[in-house]
Design a binder for this molecule. Sequence first.
Ligand SMILES: Nc1nc2c(c(=O)[nH]1)N[C@H]1C(S)=C(S)[C@@H](COP(=O)(O)OP(=O)(O)OC[C@H]3O[C@@H](n4cnc5c(=O)[nH]c(N)nc54)[C@H](O)[C@@H]3O)O[C@H]1N2
Ligand SMILES: Nc1nc2c(c(=O)[nH]1)N[C@H]1C(S)=C(S)[C@@H](COP(=O)(O)OP(=O)(O)OC[C@H]3O[C@@H](n4cnc5c(=O)[nH]c(N)nc54)[C@H](O)[C@@H]3O)O[C@H]1N2
Ligand SMILES: [Mo]
Length: 841
Amino acid sequence: RVRVVDGVAVKVEGIPESGFGPRGGLCGKALSQIQILYDPYRINYPVKRTNPEKGFGVDPKWKRISWDEAIGEIVEQLARVRKDNPNKAMFFMSPGSGKCYTGAVTIQTFRFAFGSLNFTTGGAGLHCGDASHLGAGMNHASWSIVPDYEYCNYAITFGSGKGMGTGHSMAMVGRTRGEAIARGMKTVAFDPMCHGSAGKSREWVPILPGTDLIVCLAMANTLVNELGLYDKEFLKHKTNAPYLIKADGRYVRDEEGEPVMWDLADSKAKNWKMKVHDPALEGSFEVMGVNCQPAFEAVKENLKQYTPERASEVSTVPAATIKRIAKEFGENAKIGSTIEIQGVKLPYRPVAAVQFRGGSGHSNGFHTYMSIDLLNLLVGAAEVPGGAIGWMVRSLGYPGTGHLKFDPIATKDGHLTATCWPPLIPGTWPHPDPKVPPEKLDLSDVFTICPSFSQFPFAEESEEIYQKLGLPYRPEVLIGWGSNLARTVAELGAVEKFLKSLKFIAGSWLFHNETTEGFADIVLPDASGLEALSAFDSEWYVGNNPVGMLQHSYHIRQPVVPPLYERRQWEDALVEIVDRLDMHEDWNRMLNASWCQMIGCPPAFAPDDKLSWEEINDRLLQNKFGPEHGLEWFKEHGFITWPKKVEEAYWRPFIDARSSVYMEYLVETKEHLQAICQPRDIKLDWDQYTPLLSWFPPVTHKVKDPTYDLYSFSFKDMLHAGSGSHHNPLLAEISDNSPYHYRLLINPRTAQAKGIEDGDMVWVENDHGRRIKGKVHPIEGMHPQCLGMLTGAGSTAKGVPLALGKGSCFNAIMEMDLEHSCPITLNIETSVKVKIYKAEV
Ligand SMILES: Nc1nc2c(c(=O)[nH]1)N[C@H]1C(S)=C(S)[C@@H](COP(=O)(O)OP(=O)(O)OC[C@H]3O[C@@H](n4cnc5c(=O)[nH]c(N)nc54)[C@H](O)[C@@H]3O)O[C@H]1N2
Ligand SMILES: Nc1nc2c(c(=O)[nH]1)N[C@H]1C(S)=C(S)[C@@H](COP(=O)(O)OP(=O)(O)OC[C@H]3O[C@@H](n4cnc5c(=O)[nH]c(N)nc54)[C@H](O)[C@@H]3O)O[C@H]1N2
Ligand SMILES: [Mo]
């Protein structure tokens, strides 16, 4: 809610009546939106590059042009490639602004209407989501998970600031977390640094980057093999633990091709579609002449090798700590207990283990995510009160219309599948079969478990791999908004080379950044969050809605002042592009498919509709909430709420679908992918394609040269959003006065041993010779073998002078190739092994 005095916005406030937020409080980023609105460095007019040369640091020689001319050039380029091959146009967006859902929705809808398979979010997802979204999608049907803070008593985070300054729906999660702490919840943070999450937790467990996997396997081993603390009922009926597997690792399947379990109740093999009373979790059986065992038997056996002592050697976490936390987690789960909510009796499991970019952003990301989540599945703490819960994946409908109705369901092999997953993004279940030649630039049609945020086409090795796989075309045009992908992907030189290879780059931004200055041909002046209209911001249910029993809330965004100068909302410009390309039929079809049918609403758009951005928003609101709740109603009321039912919040007991403790699908995917990759000499770490969750050292742990003795990483901060917030005057002033924001943080004893003092200028160099410079600041809250720096610092863009030259750009020392990626999800390795040495000042 924004206070406007005499037409001038003066203050941003929270909305106490809405449960979707902190009930009134705000973070610094929200408060400083006013500074963005009136910043004198904003882009106010469309501009065109007149310098044909491109690259980091090149002066674009901007020339102001009219909106008509700017859209005209974009349309000309799009029309040209659409006739030739629409896939030559790649579209992009960023989650880096507060309008990310609106932007994602519209650009995705547009590119599918346009006919292109190519979309990128740059570094987004590649760093943070490939493993996390895949894992949450597979096991929870949701984009991400959090502890159900309303009921949780014991929460562990593995590299995640969820509710502590970062992560999704931070303000809402932060409030409910705060309330839980006030009533005594214990929080434990595994993190190399005592900052966002660990600094706000009861217990900080320092850990080496990339080793959460072995710690979780050791905790699972302790729970299963030592303490016998696991939820047999949950494993039997809500996971694939009882599915019978053969010696080759595959399921035993019946005549219908369905996987089977052994029902102890009547000593028969039955498939998942039948009523199985008491499926066996242990033992060995003979079914249809085949010797087999329940998957859980294999899981249990495999875990035995991961002793807390072994995990301790790798991770530096003391074995006794691993054992104690495993025991506390298991005991606090209160396995077998129930709770009554709204008169419904439900399992009560008040513990959760969650992670995000810090945990799974590694070359062992898949196994890491799944092993952390295994802790939840072992004790049955998933989508029940107190456990790990996802964002909204089940809706029984808005009561006034019955629309907005969707459910997670069981599909292939009885496995859980999300149905309101963001349209057109792969990643949940079932995974398609890998195929060649590929059609998509991100190669997610080859690496089909990757939720499509990949290093391709940015990586240096892209061309070589495209040739090996026979990708029949190359991109020419890049269009979108917001992202600063030139700097936020990784390996700056490779990204520069790719961006220079394109014929035309255009997009909409608030400020210039390395991407616009170095590479864009046309830059449009976007309207900022306070100047924009959107009913789409609440639209991404699985990633951006009230969790747990917090009531359903659907908010709109509306301009508090009209856009200043010639600024214009990007979505409004996009509708004009649809118009000028005469794409209405395709556009309306995609609006219906993605934003009506997909979420249990009737279609709302006719093929020949020619609607403005306002009219599209109005149509969608009426479609969901009835004709009396159109845009006019929402402009007056801001948001609509309705109570949540327990069956929606805690759907697990009501939905017959299973999560995985055993990744059988990897056996087949490995075979199919090997058949493609091996004859073409494409190397992957095939060992990771094992159905049994296992320890794989990340690439940083394979660096042999002992002079590279520090694990470096970057972290996010409550005050900043990616690379885009460092120029904000309010935030810049606070950051300039903080000793942490723009320094290289190391442990005081590490500094001393290296003869380095507070304020010394050093080089940070990786084992491939890439290096960056920065000023050291020693802090106690840093693992002695680590070096941390703030994400998004180190700007070189002239258009944002308050950010220019502050801090170091971590991405400049990140490697980007298959070796530095998770071979299953393609998540990039976000930790870098480095050495540091004094630099000349
Ligand atoms: N304020 C703010 N909020 C944001 C964002 C933002 O830029 N600013 N960005 C949004 C986006 S796009 C994302 S992806 C999320 C990211 O949300 P998070 O993943 O919560 O944030 P990060 O700071 O990237 O990483 C979390 C923690 O992981 C630690 N870490 C690094 N490596 C490891 C490791 O190997 N193991 C463990 N256990 N810890 C490790 C870091 O020290 C850090 O404290 O936040 C979202 N919310
Ligand atoms: N070293 C390192 N690199 C990282 C990360 C990390 O933690 N460390 N995090 C990774 C992750 S998780 C992510 S998601 C990506 C994020 O990387 P990006 O998607 O590139 O996001 P930002 O860096 O926030 O840059 C967003 C740009 O959008 C602009 N912007 C902000 N609001 C608006 C708006 O309303 N409209 C328009 N048109 N523009 C706007 C900002 O000015 C800024 O230039 O970075 C990844 N890269
Ligand atoms: Mo992200």
